[in-house]
Structures are given as structure tokens and as C-alpha cells.
Design a protein around this ligand. Structure first.
Ligand SMILES: Cc1cc2nc3c(=O)[nH]c(=O)nc-3n(C[C@H](O)[C@H](O)[C@H](O)COP(=O)(O)OP(=O)(O)OC[C@H]3O[C@@H](n4cnc5c(N)ncnc54)[C@H](O)[C@@H]3O)c2cc1C
Length: 494
């Protein structure tokens, strides 16, 4: 008998949502392994000034746990983190989390049909393993020559050093992505000088953030259906964006006009405007939303490449030395190399990362299951990311699918589930075929969505309801299923 029927790695939206869903299906012999000291994932780690969601809050939350109390249309990080803690407590998940236990390896035991999981605190076994380690949970700091010699403070936006006082400092921010666009306007009034190093300009659309009114709060509490209607409206509005992303990227020109209008309004200097104007189709890289302007007297934008970092400065390719007391990296995360894949070892003893590199690409059936890795489900797996709407919608669809698989296993006494290689390959061909006309492949940019071979292994190339439809229930014909009359499946609910 394994120690647990289900082990979930991670306690962000995916891990909490998965455990809650299983509990509702009466599958309660579940443990969550979390390397950090608290739950919340993204929303625990990204506490930088100005951190907030960039998809409206009514949609960026679980459908089964609406929050009538969101204070803003794009709620700030502390509120989202508090929301996750509340949901975990209400759904009986918090008590199942083992904090401070990082999974260092998980190996499939083919004789016992269990996963043997090594954590920083010991070993345990589980019949089913679900990774919920997130698409953006391992910060990426580029290997710039000389970085180790820098004498001042150095940190990544996902590990903000709140003890370091930025007041009156010369600060260098490396990167102009989704996080930098949020914290730069917040730290600008504090610092003496802010030098922002930009590799490629992002497309920036106005951020229509506002306070949720008292009347709305009252209405959402008294008549919860009104909040569901608001959510549905946001969902439908966002799905129309998919037309431009995946069906006809030419449509994005209309949104580019909007972004260029904001840029003209904010930046008078023609040279700076040119350097802030993207040369690729909008959507090819992540679209940012902000209504803040970079044009402040203490801010300078540097677009030359970084050559090296010295004890007290950043040196660019043209030889200019930019003095700095602190370096803040807003350089994103390990995405296409999926760190957890290096720690999971399947049927033939090879890791998931090795399996994927042997196939020359990350693939997973329904973004979730991989041949050679029985009883493993990967949440936010290959091609389940989004460029236009709430990731939580995709997470919920996936969670439903996995719960349905486990319910099927319970019903039929199945102890081993493995996707058929042919089903996985056919699924991947279809995903990549749909991917071809998308803005991510045709938009003329190089983004973190693509792997080293230029394949988009990150994003879902269709409307999200198509994915939700495909994952509405477990589909046994795509799987090899092993029943065990000898070892009747451990009671899924103990
Ligand atoms: C700053 C920021 C803003 C974002 N804003 C939005 C937004 O507005 N809209 C949107 O749709 N998406 C947004 N995202 C994407 C966001 O990551 C997802 O929406 C969602 O939070 C992912 O949840 P998750 O549970 O899958 O992963 P995470 O929240 O990353 O949680 C993963 C958990 O796994 C744990 N873990 C990882 N490895 C191990 C291990 N080996 N052992 C044990 N535990 C481990 C981590 O500590 C973490 O707690 C944003 C991301 C970032 C970084």
C-alpha cells in the first residue's frame, strides 16, 4: 500500500484547486508537498511593489470560489494571496500541505505501481503523482559576465528584498517585462536615478483599473448571480482576443493603434518613442498593460545590450558605464525548460526532461499526460499557457480532467494509467498544426514561449473553451489501463 493515494507537488492555484476538486469527489487521501513555508505560489513569491494580476479579478479566480470582495478590477498581490489562503482553508486543503518539503526526485516503481518521492525531508510513496509546480515559479537571472563581482544589492522581482531601502539609490532594472512594468512606476519616486535596460520594447495597452464600488460589492453579496454574469462577460470579451492571437493576427493592428496612441500621448521625445515602439506584431510577445509613463526626469532607458557587470556598474556594448547601487532583475522565469521535468523519472528510468529532449519537444496529451510516465499528471503542462485570458480557467479545466481520471480509476479498480504514445503524438500534431498561423509563430519576434528549436511548447493555440470541452471528462480509449484484482486499488477516500 502506498503512503498516499495522491501526492500533489505545489500549493499555488493549481495545487489548491486540485486538492479542493478531489475532496469534492470524495478523494481525500491526498498530500501536498510545498517547498516554501507558506502556500500561494506566484502570489506568495511576487510581492514586489505594484504586483497585481493583469486579467480582471472576477475571472482570475476559481469559478467555485467567487470573491465578492475584490477591491479593484485588477486586484493587488496581497489580496490574491489572502484569497488563496482563504480558499485553501475553506476547502480543507491547508491541513494537507507539508511545508518546507521540496521534491528532489520522483521515480516510478514498476513492480509496486507507485511513485517513490524523495523530498528534502525524506521519502514517501503515492499511487498518483500530480505536479502543480507552476509555469512561472523558478526565476531566471541571465548569466551576464561579471554579475558575481557586483558589490551592491542584487535581486529578482520574484524574490524582492524588502529589507533593502531603495530610497535615494541609483537603481538598475534589467528587463521590461510584465513585472518590471508594474514595479518601475512604484520605485521611481523613491530612487535617485533609475536606469532601465530594455532588450526588446513590449507592446503596452492602457490599464483600465478602477476601484470596485460599494454598490457592486453589495450586489455581488446579495445576488451572487450578478458576479457570475460579470465574470461571464469578461470571459467572453477576452475570448474575442483569441481571434487576433490564434486565428487572424492581422486583427492585432487595430489594438496596435490604441497602444501607439497612448505612447504618443505619454512620450513627446521622438527618439525615445522610436526606441519604445515594437517592430513585431502585437501579441507575439506578452502584451503588457500599463497607463504609467517612463518619462520622468530621473529615469533613463538604455537599449544597448549589456556587455558586463562590474563591482559598481553595468557596462553596455557601446562601452558606456552605468553606475548602480542595486540591480533588480525583471527577467522572467524558466518556462520552456520546465525545471520539474528534470526530477521525474519514468518507466525506463529516464527523466521527463530526457524523454522530451529525445523527442525533440515537450509534448503531453491534453497538456497533462506523457507515455512512459504512468499515473503522472502535469498541471499547466505543455501548451496550456495563455496570452489573452485567465490561466485559472485552463487550470480548472485540467483539474476537472485529472479528477475525472482518478474517479474512473476508483470506479473500475484501475491502478495504472498510461497514455498511448499514438494518442499523444496525434494530439501534439494537431496542436502544432493549429499553432502555425498564430501570432506567436508569425509575428516576427523571438519570445520565451518558444523552445530552443523555435517550437511553441508553452501556449494553447485556440479558444479556451475548446480546451475545456476536450478535457471535460477522462477519455479511456486514449489510455492503457491496468486493473489489479490482486492489489485492489487502495481506498481513494481513507
Ligand atoms: C508576477 C506574475 C503575475 C501573474 N499574473 C497573472 C495574471 O494576471 N493572469 C494570469 O492568468 N496569470 C498570471 N500569472 C501566471 C501565474 O503563474 C498563474 O496564473 C498561476 O498563478 C499559476 O499557478 P500554479 O499553482 O500553477 O503555479 P505557482 O503559483 O507557481 O505555484 C507553484 C508552487 O509549486 C511549488 N514548487 C515548485 N517546485 C517545487 C518542488 N520541487 N517541490 C515542492 N514545491 C515546489 C512552488 O513553491 C509554488 O508554491 C502571473 C505570474 C506572475 C509571475
Amino acid at each position: 500500500m502506498p503512503d498516499f493515494t495522491v501526492a500533489i507537488i505545489g500549493s499555488g492555484f493549481s495545487g489548491i484547486g486540485m486538492a479542493a476538486r478531489l475532496r469534492r469527489a470524495d478523494i481525500t487521501d491526498v498530500v501536498l508537498l510545498e517547498r516554501a513555508a507558506d502556500l500561494g505560489g506566484t502570489w506568495r513569491d511576487n510581492s514586489y511593489p505594484g504586483a497585481a494580476c493583469d486579467v480582471p479579478s472576477h475571472l482570475y479566480c476559481f469559478s467555485f470560489a467567487p470573491n465578492p470582495g475584490w477591491t479593484r478590477s485588477f486586484s493587488p498581490q496581497p489580496e490574491i494571496w489572502a484569497y488563496l489562503r482563504r480558499v485553501a482553508a475553506d476547502e480543507g486543503v491547508t491541513g494537507k500541505i507539508r511545508f518546507g518539503e521540496e521534491v528532489v526526485a520522483a521515480r516510478w516503481d514498476p513492480a509496486a505501481h507507485v511513485w517513490r518521492i524523495e523530498t528534502t525531508s525524506g521519502t514517501l510513496t503515492a499511487r498518483f503523482l500530480i505536479t502543480a509546480t507552476g509555469p512561472l515559479s523558478d526565476p531566471l537571472i541571465p548569466g551576464i559576465p561579471g554579475l558575481g563581482t557586483f558589490a551592491g544589492a542584487v535581486f529578482h522581482s520574484a524574490a524582492w528584498d524588502h529589507d533593502y531601502d531603495l530610497t535615494g539609490r541609483n537603481v538598475a532594472v534589467i528587463g521590461t517585462g510584465a513585472s518590471a512594468i508594474q514595479f518601475v512606476p512604484r520605485i521611481q519616486p523613491l530612487v535617485s536615478r533609475l536606469t532601465v535596460f530594455q532588450r526588446t520594447p513590449p507592446w503596452i495597452l492602457p490599464r483600465r483599473d478602477r476601484q470596485v464600488s460599494r454598490i457592486e460589492h453589495w450586489l455581488f453579496r446579495q445576488a451572487p448571480v450578478t458576479q457570475r454574469i460579470a465574470r461571464a462577460g469578461i470571459y467572453l470579451g477576452r475570448e474575442t482576443y483569441a481571434l487576433g492571437f490564434v486565428k487572424n493576427p492581422g486583427i492585432m493592428r487595430k489594438a496596435e493603434v490604441l497602444a501607439l496612441r497612448q505612447l504618443r500621448r505619454q512620450v513627446g521625445d521622438a527618439d525615445l518613442r522610436t526606441r519604445l515602439t515594437p517592430s513585431y506584431r502585437m501579441g507575439c510577445k506578452r502584451i503588457l498593460i500599463s497607463s504609467d509613463s517612463l518619462t520622468q526626469p530621473n529615469v533613463s532607458l538604455v537599449t544597448d545590450g549589456i556587455r558586463e557587470i562590474t563591482e559598481k556598474s553595468v557596462v553596455t556594448s557601446d562601452g558606456t558605464v552605468h553606475d548602480a547601487d542595486a540591480l533588480i532583475f525583471g527577467t522572467g522565469f524558466h518556462v520552456s525548460d520546465f525545471p520539474m521535468a528534470q526530477r521525474i523519472f519514468g518507466l525506463d528510468g529516464a527523466s521527463l526532461a530526457q524523454r522530451w529532449s529525445a523527442k525533440r519537444a515537450q509534448t503531453a496529451f491534453r497538456g497533462t499526460t506523457t507515455a512512459g510516465f504512468p499515473n503522472l499528471f502535469v498541471l499547466t503542462g505543455p501548451n496550456t499557457g495563455l496570452g489573452h485570458t485567465s490561466q485559472v480557467f485552463m487550470i480548472e479545466a485540467q483539474i476537472r480532467y485529472v479528477a475525472s481520471a482518478l474517479q474512473h480509476a476508483r470506479r473500475h479498480g484501475i491502478e495504472r494509467i498510461e497514455v498511448r504514445p499514438a494518442s499523444q503524438a496525434a494530439y501534439d500534431r494537431k496542436v502544432q498544426w493549429k499553432m502555425r498561423p498564430t501570432v506567436w509563430m508569425t509575428g516576427g519576434c523571438k519570445s520565451w514561449y518558444l523552445d530552443a528549436d523555435g517550437r511553441n511548447v508553452s501556449l494553447w493555440p485556440d479558444f479556451t473553451w475548446v480546451y475545456a470541452w476536450q478535457t471535460r471528462r477522462f477519455d479511456p480509449p486514449n489510455y492503457d489501463l491496468a486493473r489489479s484484482p490482486r492489489r485492489a486499488l487502495d481506498a481513494l477516500a481513507r
